[in-house]
Design a protein around this ligand. Sequence first.
Ligand SMILES: Cc1cc2nc3c(=O)[nH]c(=O)nc-3n(C[C@H](O)[C@H](O)[C@H](O)COP(=O)(O)O)c2cc1C
Length: 367
Amino acid sequence: MYKEIIQPILNKCDSETFHDLARESLHLAELSPITLKFLEFFADKHSRFEDKRLSVNLSGLELENPLIVGAGWDKKGRAILGLWHLGFASVEVGSVTEYGQPGNPQPRLFMISSGVAINWLGFNSPGMDIVAKNLDRYKNTNIPIGISLGLNKEVEHKDAPRAYATVTKRMYEYAGYFAINVSSPNTPGLRKLQDKEYIVQLIEAVNQAMDECGARKPLFVKIAPDLTFDAIDELLQVCIDHSVTGIIASNTTINSDLKGKYGTRWKNSPGGLSGDDESYRKMTTDIITHIYRNAGDKLDIIGVGGINNAESALEKIKAGAKALQLVTAIRGEGTAVAGKINRGIAAYLDREGVSSIQEIVGIDSSK
Ligand SMILES: Cc1cc2nc3c(=O)[nH]c(=O)nc-3n(C[C@H](O)[C@H](O)[C@H](O)COP(=O)(O)O)c2cc1C
C-alpha cells in the first residue's frame, strides 16, 4: 500500500519535507494502541513480526531482532514507538547536539536515484534538551534507544570532549547505548576527530561522563567508509584500549567517483551518499569483514550501508555484523522494510536449519 499510494504522493515533495511528513505521521500514529495496530497492518499487511531466533545481545543490550533505525532518521526522537511497530527493535536517535542548530541551508537532502540519497544536512538538531523532553514519553516502553552524539558546528576540536560529555550526561537516562559520531561529512572538520589524538580524548570524556552518571552503557564509535584500512586499524586499537563496545560501520561516503555515477552535478557536490548503490554496499560490507577479521573477538559490529532487503542484511551479518542499521531504505522500500527483512532472515534460518542469527555472524569473513 505504501509503494502504490503514499510514495507517489510524497515523491512530489522535496525529500526533506517527505522525510518530515513520514516521521510526523508515525508520531501521530502513536496517539493510541488502535492507531498503532492500524499502522502495523497498513505498513506491512501483517502484525509485527517476532521470532526469538533473531534476538541479539550487544554487550548486555538485548535487541529482539537485529534491526535498528540508523541515526538521521529520527533526529528529534519523536517516532520511536511508531518505528518499533514497523518491526525495528531499536532506534538510534540523533545525532544530538548540545544546543539546537538549523544545519546547512535547504535543499540539502536528495534522492538522486531510486533508493539512493545524498545529504548535507549538517547536524540539524533541536538540541539535547528538546530531544530529552521528546524521549520522556517512551520511558515506559522498554524500547532500547541508541543516542548518537553529535557536535555543534562552532565547537573547536579542543572543546569537543567537553561537548560530547555534556550531551552524554544529559541523554544518559534515555540511552540503551551511545554512539560517538565523528564520521558525518557535513560538519567541517568533524571527520578529523577520528584521528587518534582526538578520538582518545572523546572516548575518555564520554566514558568518564557515564561513570559520573553511575555506570557505563555500551559505547560505539561510528566510522566513515572513506578511511583507509590502516586508519581503521589504528582506530580499532584505540577502541579496544579504551573499553569501547564496538564499531558502527559505516556513515555515508564522500567518494566522488561513486557520487559521479549519478551525474556531474553530484560528483563534486558536498554531502555523503547512502542507500541502494552496489559499490557503496560492497564498500561498507568490506569494512565490516576487515573489522571482524581483525577485532571481531573484541568489538561488536553494527553494520550499516545500503541494506534494503533480507539478502543485503544477511550479507552484512555474514561479514561480521551482530546488528544492523538502515536509513535510506525506509524511504526507498517503504514502511514494510523491517518486517520484510526480519521475515526473510527467519526464512533463511529455516532453510539452512540454523537455530539463531548469532551462529551466522562472520561466517563469510574467512572467504
Ligand atoms: C538523511 C540522512 C541523515 C543522516 N544523519 C545522520 C546523523 O545525524 N548521524 C549519523 O551518525 N549518521 C547520519 N546519517 C547516516 C546514516 O545513519 C547511515 O550511516 C547511512 O545513511 C548509511 O545507511 P543507509 O544506506 O541505510 O542509509 C544520515 C543519513 C541520511 C540519509
